[in-house]
Design a protein around this ligand. Structure first.
Ligand code: HEM
Length: 441
């Protein structure tokens, strides 16, 4: 549940601008209405009217600040790192006490949070696990359409579970992926939606018995059972932190990487001349070698730029939710009281027309970008998978592309592809990407 802290005393600074709201509900109707689906787009268009720092009121007491420029994000996440080091905890993640035990939501002062960051940092800083990318190449160039997400996801889950538990979660030869996805998808879907309890905590008991909290508890219980009795039982049984690490595996690590590879493939299929350039780079640099190795990556600057550009246009985590936990905080010259929720809109920042002249056109500024737009966040809560992803996602993309020619199914033209997105726990393609792998001539 969103915490309701005491608002600090009067400030001489003005509050940020924002749309007028109902006296009782504030902007709540807007937040659980038009902003419920694709909030990254709705918030970006509000920023066009109200500027890079705007405020929304939820109910009588809760204020949400939306940050939509790189400068304001830097001020929020880096300069005010300590003051904004807490996560905004939405009501929906409180089911089965998830929000109070998950590393993603624990306060940064919590001992378990500190321990888990060390565990993850150590596990993901080594090259361990990356060799399981190879099975992607075991697929045949069948000439039949395949779902790119499914091609990549089983492998990603195995990379991550190998790093965390030294064991495969998904046996690629059986249908483990499907079973796993069937259990996790409903949880992720529910988590991504705002709840009326975010503004009115007193509704929580009702939600607990009838609403989304009840549904999430049921789904989560099934998922925990799957892991406790399932494929990785032996290993996890000896790990004291297994649910905490499991949470990282489920909610953060696997879908973010999969969806990034999927978006990169979508952009390349939509821009065949860029696809040609990236596959030519692979052919020149890797020659007859069957597998892409991590050591090959520094010979593939164009492919690396494709990944960066993908993260700019389609950040897997488009909104970063934080909460102010200190007094006397100001952002962009506005007063930001203790207890204010702050949402950094990475999607809007990556498409800032003043900064990226290319606007929404992908690949035209390839190579010139660095992570200035922060697709992994910043400060003490920066994504602990950042460095690992910088190695694993290019390696995954290279493995999908090397020695395979990908075509759109059913004679579809690149301009007919559906490029719209869908906000969930990660920013996904609204229409799953299907393509046909064939052996290159
Ligand atoms: C394309 C891949 C990924 C992207 C775009 C991404 C993005 C992000 C972003 C934007 C945040 C919020 C950071 C902030 O608040 O400043 C985050 C947090 C997090 N990420 Fe990632 N991530 C990716 C992959 C991974 C991987 C592979 C892991 C596995 C270790 C991971 C684990 C986490 C965790 C545990 C947090 C919460 C950290 C905390 O609150 O202390 N992520 N990620």
């Amino acid at each position: 549940m969103l915490s309701h802290r005491k608002i600090s005393g009067a400030s001489s600074l003005p509050p940020p601008p924002g749309p007028a709201g109902n006296p009782l509900l504030g902007n709540l109707v807007y937040v659980i209405g038009p902003l419920r689906n694709n909030p990254h787009r709705g918030l970006a268009s509000l920023a066009e009217t109200y500027g890079p720092i705007l405020s929304l009121r939820l109910g009588l007491t809760r204020t949400l600040l939306v940050v939509s420029s790189a400068t304001a994000a830097h001020e929020a996440l880096s300069k005010n790192d300590g003051a904004l080091a807490a996560r905004l905890v939405p009501d929906n993640v409180c089911a089965l006490s998830y929000g109070t035990t998950s590393m993603v939501f624990l306060p940064s002062s919590n001992q378990l949070w500190k321990q888990l960051r060390v565990v993850i940092g150590a596990g993901f800083s080594s090259a361990r696990g990356l060799d399981v990318i190879r099975p992607i190449l075991l697929r045949s160039c069948s000439g039949k359409p395949v779902n790119i997400r499914e091609v990549v996801n089983g492998t990603v889950l195995n990379i991550i579970s190998n790093v965390l538990f030294s064991e495969d979660v998904v046996d690629l030869s059986v249908q483990g992926t499907q079973m796993f996805k069937g259990l996790i998808v409903p949880v992720l879907e529910e988590w991504s939606k705002p709840s009326v309890c975010d503004a009115f905590p007193s509704f929580a008991p009702l939600e607990h018995f009838l609403g989304s909290r009840h549904r999430i508890s049921t789904h989560l219980a099934k998922l925990y059972k799957f892991f406790d009795q399932g494929i990785i039982e032996r290993r996890l049984a000896s790990s004291k932190n297994h649910n905490d690490l499991l949470d990282v595996l489920l909610s953060r690590a696997s879908d973010t990487s999969t969806v990034t590879v999927q978006w990169a493939m979508a952009q390349l299929l939509r821009h065949p001349e860029k696809m040609k350039k990236v596959t030519a780079e692979l052919a020149t640099q890797l020659g007859s070698s069957d597998f892409v190795m991590e050591s090959d990556l520094n010979k593939l600057p164009y492919l690396q730029a494709v990944v960066k550009e993908t993260l700019r246009l389609h950040p897997a985590v488009p909104l970063i939710p934080r909460e102010v936990i200190a007094d006397d905080v100001s952002l962009g010259g506005f007063d930001v009281p203790n207890g204010t929720g702050v949402v950094v809109n990475l999607w809007a920042i990556g498409r800032d027309k003043n900064r990226f002249l290319a606007g929404q056109k992908a690949h035209t500024v390839l190579g010139k970008l660095d992570f200035v737009y922060r697709p992994f966040g910043a400060g003490r809560r920066v994504c602990p998978g950042m460095e690992y992803t910088a190695r694993s996602v290019p390696l995954l993309l290279a493995s999908v592309l090397h020695k395979v020619e990908w075509r759109l199914p059913d004679g579809m033209a690149p301009e007919d592809m559906d490029h719209s997105d869908r906000y969930g726990t990660v920013l996904n393609l609204a229409t799953p990407l299907r393509a046909v792998p064939v052996s290159p001539v």
